[in-house]
Design a protein around this ligand. Structure first.
Ligand code: UD1
Length: 447
């Protein structure tokens, strides 16, 4: 069905555009971007989604009240709050401050309906197990970006003496009374597995050492929160984590770290539109290895500890060789938005996705906007074009959706982006942030 009152011919080929418009009709909210505006101004960065979720899970371990500042208002955070409430916690939100009273945790199982609201709810496995000695929840299964197995979580818990039963999509775990000291050597530095092991090991008895643990800043943030609660979690560098279990965790006040992926999304936005933007309340040490890619693209970057300024006055240059890797390598979560930058760069960029097998779903949507991208397995070859063209596209996943926003900001004409539930999982007030720095962007209510 055609949208009445909505300009249709954004693509240089009108026939192509009519087909696109007829093929899709969004019933839910859409973001509409009139591309081409330079971006100028200041962004006050949101707190980290990927830190907030494990820290909220960690509050289950606390026999007391936790106050968490800088916790963004996101649908994933909302899903985590629902799980906390189901477990018997009382949660209050005041702006970006959350108070979680976990004194009366009274459940050890999480129903399938709550687990399904958020893929990362698997992180509650470790904390519920740690607090109650047992946990029963449904298996998270795959999602938009891949199969996402949890074998490392399960084998690590077993190594810690936890009995685990997996049947009919349900995981039941029971912690043994006597916890022996354990050394777990991860075959891959999985973020979620590292978090689950830390959470499962924090209370009780014994020492757990994780070798080849994930080194993402969000792991340190989780450890800092737990240490604030009286737990003993030490990150000894080079991916070794030592957890000495304590009898009890008490309440604390904690500030979630800034969201490094949101910062990189906004940097990509300015890289494609041109402009001069200052991002405040960030932590540039979390993405020092990524900033050189923006410099290589021709951006002028100046950074201090908690702010980064990007100036861009030209068409981006090709990004050449981007390979996603565990931290401190190039983050898989920034691959899609960086690809949007490569789409309009002068020259050919090569992007290799090493972390998730299904993380190129944005490619098809970018191609609809006029991008020239070839996919060969986990390699994307992006031939930069002079311009992208607005059309109707749908977010394939969270970061793929952000990539479409970046593309829309520089596209000629109007881009209409649907399936926003993905974006709302991870970006707080995305349209407002971009509007504040000069983007012509708005959210329209669905039918
Ligand atoms: C977290 C982040 C996500 C990010 C990812 C990689 C959160 C809420 N999500 O996801 O945004 O993209 O880290 O930086 O913090 N794997 C296994 N077996 C396992 C566990 C993982 O094979 O038991 C594989 C995964 O399929 C994937 C890779 O390891 O291919 C990385 O996964 P992992 O680091 O665990 O990512 P998540 O914690 O799911």
């Amino acid at each position: 069905m055609l949208l009445s009152g909505f300009p249709l011919f954004f693509h240089k080929n009108p026939v192509f555009c009519i087909i696109c418009v007829e093929r899709r009709d969004f019933m839910d909210d859409t973001i509409i971007i009139r591309g081409g505006n330079r971006l100028e101004g200041v962004i006050d960065l949101q707190g980290s989604k990927n830190s907030s979720l494990p820290i909220l899970a960690a509050t289950v371990l606390v026999d007391g009240i936790s106050v968490i500042h800088n916790c963004p208002e996101l649908s994933d955070v909302g899903a985590a709050i629902k799980i906390l409430e189901h477990l018997g916690c009382k949660v209050k939100r005041d702006g970006n401050d959350l108070t979680v009273d976990s004194r009366f945790v009274n459940a050890c199982s999480i129903p399938d309906s709550l687990m399904r609201e958020m893929r990362s709810s698997i992180v509650f496995l470790g904390s519920v197990l740690g607090r109650t000695g047992q946990a029963r929840l449904s298996s998270p299964g795959g999602c938009e970006i891949g199969l996402r197995p949890i074998d490392l979580h399960i084998s690590s818990l077993r190594a810690m003496g936890v009995s685990v039963d997996e049947s009919r999509g349900c995981i039941s775990c029971k912690k043994e009374k006597t916890h022996k000291d354990t050394v777990i050597s991860l075959t891959f530095p999985s973020v979620g597995a590292t978090e689950n092991i830390i959470l499962a090991a924090a209370l009780g008895k014994g020492r757990t050492v994780i070798l080849n643990a994930a080194r993402e800043p969000e792991i340190k943030d989780l450890a800092d929160f737990l240490c604030g609660c009286g737990c003993k979690v030490e990150l000894t560098g080079h991916g070794t984590v030592t957890v000495d279990a304590v009898e009890r965790a008490h309440g604390t006040v904690h500030r979630v770290i800034p969201d490094r992926i949101a910062a990189l999304t906004y940097l990509s936005a300015v890289a494609v539109t041109g402009g001069d933007v200052l991002i405040k309340n960030t932590d540039t040490s979390h993405y020092q290895t990524v900033l050189p890619f923006f410099e290589r693209a021709g951006c002028d970057i100046t950074d201090s500890v908690d702010r980064v300024r990007i100036k861009m006055n030209r068409r981006p240059l090709a990004l050449r060789d981007i390979r996603t890797m565990p931290y401190p390598g190039f983050p898989t979560d920034a691959q899609a938005t960086m690809m949007a930058t490569a789409c309009v760069a002068r020259g050919t960029s090569v992007i290799v996705e090493n972390i998730f097998e299904g993380r190129f779903k944005h490619v098809g949507e970018l191609v609809r906007m006029g991008a020239k991208i070839k996919l060969e397995g986990k390699v994307a070859i992006v031939d930069g074009v002079e311009a992208l063209y607005g059309t109707r596209v749908a977010c394939p996943d969270l970061r793929g959706g952000a990539a479409l926003v970046v593309a829309g900001l520089c596209a000629k004409g109007v881009t209409q982006i649907g399936t926003l539930s993905h974006i709302d999982r991870g970006y707080e007030k995305l349209e407002q942030c971009l509007k504040n720095i000069g983007a012509d962007i708005e959210r329209c209510k669905g039918k």
